[in-house]
Design a protein around this ligand. Structure first.
Ligand code: UD1
Length: 448
């Protein structure tokens, strides 16, 4: 069965009290919109259509970042979920198969649930969940056995209907041709004066078509509409991600203090210490160790590498096997080959470092001249003395050594020693004379 997906993301999210469109707020270091899009990607949809409106420019960019092939459709007036789907119909031209409508502000729908919708044989299938909490925001699914008779919005419901405990998640699956016909026939004669997508099950039955509901756990349908629900979603994501990591054979010494991103990959037998934050795009291979208080994003840590405590790996940091990055070290856009050691208080940016090179404490790759960035190339088995400033662009050849405290502005050939610092001057006995002089000045000041 061919599937296409429509993600509704035109709403403003007034209750977020924010200048940022709701779907661009982050959970697990990714915009809410990416969560729904990523779950639906598992269906390998023929088309992914994202309906944008409020903050269209930013939402479009986020959608295309996640899926460059997504079709973007603009809903210029927010006249309801049915109206939003209607705007997407031209983008479905020529597609035959099932269409699943998702919400950009509902991040936790799972691929398994989407699969259930994709294989349903009814003409219209709605995703529902059971709850006893009588939520006011949600529509109720009115069932007769397995048949979905209609969905009634809370605002339009009678007391008896409000007591129904099977709730509309908002997600709908429908044959493409049927969807086009039903959505085009929607009217807005309801309490909100909106074109409700939720009217299509009843409309389907009127035409002699079938409508049904499938269910999923309530947690999957958590929709974000306030900062509080955003925080709740973050907490829910993190507790699931921690449980998954433990289940997959990762040691977390203090799980509740580790924060994952949507796309974090951690191999079996990796060890993660306390207070570690994973931003987007991090892979930690099996057996690597991240000690406490590290901040990692956009980086790759290979087997046997150790990082931290208190290290920061920024985008483009590539650590090969058995690399050691120690405390108060920052690495950005740099490749550290096998066995490199950067133990203490160092900045490595825009650099290539050859295998088994040792970088002394306090080393800085001076990669920015105030206008442009430049690269530093350090060969294999090099010894960079403590407090070396490597003024890029600069190359240090294999097996070379730089003296501590050097400012290296010229290339260093392989196996050479480079010392770039002022010569030491030593004056015997001068310290004693100097102290005497200073004490005399102090005493004279006191007497005055
Ligand atoms: C909707 C359902 C309700 C369900 C609930 C679950 C309708 C009429 N009601 O209500 O039965 O229980 O979801 O969360 O569908 N959107 C647009 N364009 C619009 C209107 C909405 O793109 O013109 C998008 C919003 O950005 C949002 C989603 O559709 O992502 C849901 O819209 P919203 O107005 O919040 O619907 P609910 O009131 O939550």
């Amino acid at each position: 069965m061919q599937v296409s997906v429509i993600v509704l993301a035109a709403g403003q999210g007034t209750r977020m009290n924010s200048d940022l469109p709701k779907v661009l707020h982050h959970v697990a270091a990714a915009p809410l919109l990416h969560h729904a899009m990523r779950a639906s990607a598992s269906l390998q949809p023929d088309r992914t259509i994202v309906v944008v409106g409020h903050g269209a420019e930013g939402v479009t960019k986020a959608a295309l970042d996640e899926n460059p092939d997504a079709h973007i459709v603009v809903q210029s007036e927010r006249l309801g979920t049915g109206h939003a789907v209607r705007q997407a119909l031209p983008a479905l031209e020529g597609f035959s198969g099932k269409v699943i409508v998702l919400y950009g502000d509902t991040p936790f729908i799972t691929p398994e649930t989407l699969e259930k919708l994709a294989v349903s044989t009814a003409d219209v299938t709605v995703l529902g969940f059971h709850t006893d909490s009588r939520p006011q925001r949600y529509g109720r699914l009115v069932m007769e056995g397995d048949a979905l008779v209609r969905i009634v919005e809370y605002k339009d419901a009678t007391e008896a209907e409000r007591a129904i405990t099977l709730i509309n998640s908002g997600v709908v699956a429908c044959d493409a041709a049927v969807l086009a016909e039903l959505v085009s026939g929607l009217t807005n004669t309801n309490a909100a004066g909106e074109y409700y997508l939720t009217d299509i099950p009843a409309a389907a039955r009127k035409r002699g078509l079938t409508a049904t509901a499938v269910t999923c756990p309530e947690a999957e349908t958590l929709g974000i509409d306030t900062r509080a629900s955003l925080a709740e979603a973050e907490a829910a994501f993190q507790s699931r991600a921690r449980a998954d990591a433990l289940e997959n054979g990762v040691t977390l010494t203090a799980p509740e203090t580790v924060f994952f991103a949507l796309d974090t990959h951690i191999g079996r037998d990796a060890v993660i210490g306390p207070n570690v934050l994973f931003g987007p795009g991090v892979t930690v291979e099996s057996g690597a160790e991240i000690k406490g208080f590290c901040h990692l994003e956009g980086c790759h840590i290979s087997r046997g590498a150790t990082v931290g405590p208190f290290a920061r790996l920024r985008p483009g940091a590539e650590l090969a096997e058995d690399v050691h990055v120690g405390n108060f070290v920052e690495i950005k856009n740099s490749i550290l080959d096998e066995g490199v050691k950067v133990g203490h208080l160092t900045y490595i940016g825009d650099a290539d470092v050859g295998e088994h090179t040792n970088i002394g404490a306090g080393t800085v790759t001076c990669n920015y001249d105030g206008v442009m960035k430049h690269r530093t190339t350090i060969g294999k088995r090099v010894f960079i003395g403590s407090d070396t400033m490597l003024v890029a662009p600069v190359t240090v050849g294999d097996g070379a050594l730089t003296g501590s405290g050097s400012v290296i502005t010229e290339d260093v050939p392989a196996e050479a020693v480079a010392i770039g610092r002022a010569r030491q001057v030593t004056k015997p006995g001068l310290a004693t004379k100097l102290f005497e002089k200073l004490r005399a000045i102090k005493a004279a000041k006191k007497g005055a």
